[in-house]
Design a protein. Sequence first.
Length: 296
Amino acid sequence: MSSDRSCYVGRFAPSPTGPLHAGSLVAALASWLDARAHGGRWLVRIEDVDGPRCVAGADHLILQQLAACGLLPDGEPVWQSQRCAPYEQALEQLQAAGLAYGCACTRADIARAQEAAGQVQQRHGELVYPGTCRAGLNGRPARAWRLSTENSGRIEWTDRRLGAQTQDLEREVGDFVLKRADGLWAYQLAVVVDDALQGVTDVVRGEDLADNTPRQLWLQRQLGLAAPRYLHTPLVLGANGEKLSKQNGALALDLSDPLAALRQAGNTLGLQAESTSLPDWLAKAVQAWRGMMPAC
């Protein structure tokens, strides 16, 4: 697998757990604007590997919502659920290199190990994996596959909006899951493999996903893949001050007036663009984006 960086390729990759809401439109618009501002290609990928969370028909509804806003991909959308073979190939590559290992631990096991070590659960409530099964399963059956973060050190990168970023991956995250106990592919592996296969050079997405970046950079290194540039956009917050999401009561976009929805998303991004025509507003928004986000 390789990533061609000869030209700009961006993508919007929604999970079809429901229709787009105001927060997801901000991410879609930002990724589309960045691609257009660089004269590049913009792709749409439906991230539906977590089948139990997906809502029937939401994928096609999302595509209709994007089209209503004038955000049309430069190519046919792809569905992750139809791309399992390259994920398996990537896992086999990591297994052969001794970088991925079977894990027998449940969440309760990990919580007990943390408690025994006197560690407090942090990182948005996630459990930091202590590496229990690195040395073997001790006769227990493997439930999941994890990527070793041993000797990963501090992962450093520069976000195009947030600036210099760093994370001690082994201490703050631990060995993370590549294939889940239920047999489903983990987000981290699927997104890294797909970005490489699609030649994605620039990832523009919500700031809540910035915490995933060190894991993806580490995985890219282990697979010998080029790392894309990253830009994390401001979040739309709900009434309770938390990220607007489907789990947080976010309402589906009201697209009775697509231009009004785009203006609202543009305001979140700090865009100064005015027009009574949707195509003209998008054109002006691209110009405004160029002024805000200099060329890569």
